[in-house]
Design a binder for this molecule. Structure first.
Ligand SMILES: *Cc1c(COP(=O)(O)O)cnc(C)c1O
Length: 459
């Protein structure tokens, strides 16, 4: 028989997990005001809230933690990190930051001014926040197909070149750069093809503007190019990464994702003027240029993590686990954003809890039910997260109402994936009995989902 696919690692250290009873979970959830962000991590059996900073480091990374140095200026670990990033991307200039949003803050402080327009493919929320905070506009140019959860496309996170070209034709002088997010997190971890990156480059060149890649999951994107795009099957992940960045002028990175570390970020670019400009903001916001908010040992572990994750065995193990979970959901008929992306499953709650009106937040209700079922914590990416309209103060019900289950890197086994799938199946099978949702009893004006207090509606 064919030898089945299995993980390209063995487990050397474990963190025991506590299982709980449904009764305990009922009480904990009530104490947390039916907000999953309010739970303590010990109250969760399998934590799928995020894949950010939640992965496991390798023995090589832990060894680098010991050999990293803690110099304020001229840290050896910084130069290891700079060398690795340069080798992988071709970018000469590197500024470390404490995480991805800090990289955005430092670079955008130099590049974005009031009245600017930054086109891109579904800007991540902190990216959009840093643009709007500077009174500029984040213009979404994602392909329309990304909004239809049931449509199967190999590269569903792409930039719509017609939309992008229109923006440049009309406002080129107001556009300091284009931002391309690889993979497109907001659209469900969906990849962008090499062809699309090349086309965006051609448009940028035509109008004389530059391109930043928001790079949190750049390795997952490279894996999808290798497995889905013609001409790349025989290329290594590192070759694909190198080609991807040949079409960019710079990058912002959240190392908590494809850097395989628990905290960190950076900016990298080929342009001295961007480096010189951004440098001025690194020092007051983050720290001196050779640590920028990171410990030396953490930069050393990041250098190893970037190298390790751009090896096929590592990234293949990661993506295949996410696809394993998706295949279980297919078997059970549970609707999610298709095809599954690189880091998470996004279950389409509006197609599951059809009895629950929008006003009672179906995705949040589904996330609560899955936690009660098996101690699995997902995250509502729906109407609560969408906040209220800043002018009318009405809830925004225009977008999708999803529950996201992120898979932490190298942390859970496929048995855990079976538990997540079974919990979803049990809730799915009794979906018609779930007739009432939740109501908001307390909320903040912006980003309310983190702290919102809810009550279950019981008639
Ligand atoms: C996580 C993320 C960020 C922000 O990074 P942090 O490290 O959380 O600050 C930016 N863009 C994308 C696409 C991300 O996924």
């Amino acid at each position: 028989m064919e030898i089945p696919f299995a993980e390209a690692y063995r487990i050397k250290m474990v963190e025991p997990l506590r299982k709980s009873t449904r009764e305990e979970r009922e009480k904990w959830l009530k104490d947390a005001n039916y907000n999953l962000f309010g739970l303590k991590s010990e109250q969760v059996y399998i934590d799928c809230l995020t894949d950010s900073g939640t992965g496991a480091m390798s023995d090589r990374q832990w060894a680098a933690m010991m050999t990293g140095d803690e110099a304020y200026a001229g840290s050896k670990s910084f130069f290891e990190l700079k060398e690795t990033i340069g080798r992988l991307t071709g970018f000469e200039y590197v500024i470390p930051t404490h995480q991805g949003r800090a990289a955005e803050n430092v670079l955008f402080s130099h590049l974005v001014k009031a009245g600017d327009i930054i086109p891109g493919n579904s800007h991540f929320d902190t990216t959009k926040g840093h643009i709007e905070f500077r009174k500029a506009t984040a213009l979404d140019c994602t392909i329309d197909a990304a909004k239809d959860t049931q449509l199967e496309l190999p590269f569903k996170g792409e930039v719509d070149c017609a939309k992008l070209e229109k923006a440049l034709a009309e406002h080129a002088e107001k556009i300091p750069f284009i931002i391309v997010t690889v993979t497109n997190n907001t659209a469900g971890g969906q990849p962008v093809s090499m062809k699309n990156l090349r086309d965006v480059r051609a448009i940028a060149d035509k109008y004389g503007t530059r391109i930043v890649f928001d790079s949190a999951r750049f390795v997952e994107n490279a894996y999808f190019i290798k497995t889905r795009e013609e001409g790349y099957a025989d290329k290594t992940i590192k070759e694909i990464v190198k080609e991807m960045y040949s079409y960019a002028d710079g990058m912002t990175m959240s190392s908590k994702k494809d850097g395989l570390v628990n905290m960190g970020g950076f900016i990298a670019t080929r342009h001295e003027d961007w480096y010189e400009g951004a440098k001025r903001f690194c020092i007051p916001f983050e720290g001196f240029l050779t640590y920028g908010g990171m410990n030396g040992r953490d930069m050393a572990a990041l250098a190893v993590g970037l190298d390790e994750n751009t090896e096929l065995e590592t990234i293949e193990t990661r993506i295949k686990q996410v696809q394993y979970l998706a295949a279980k959901l297919d078997e059970y008929g549970i609707p999610y954003q298709r095809p599954v992306g690189g880091h998470a499953i996004f279950v389409d709650a509006s197609k599951v809890l059809t009895n629950i009106p929008k006003e009672e937040f179906p995705a949040q209700t589904l996330a609560l039910e899955v936690y009660l079922e098996a101690g699995v914590r997902g995250c509502e990416i729906g109407y609560i997260l969408a906040d209220r309209d800043p002018v009318t103060r009405e809830n925004r019900f225009g977008g999708l109402d999803l529950v996201r289950f992120c898979i932490a890197r190298r942390s859970y086994t496929n048995n855990h994936m079976d538990v997540i799938a079974a919990a979803l199946k049990n809730v799915y099978d009794r979906r018609h009995e779930i007739k009432r949702g939740v109501k908001i009893v307390w909320e903040t004006e912006l980003m309310r989902h983190f702290t919102v207090k809810l009550e279950r509606i019981t008639e």
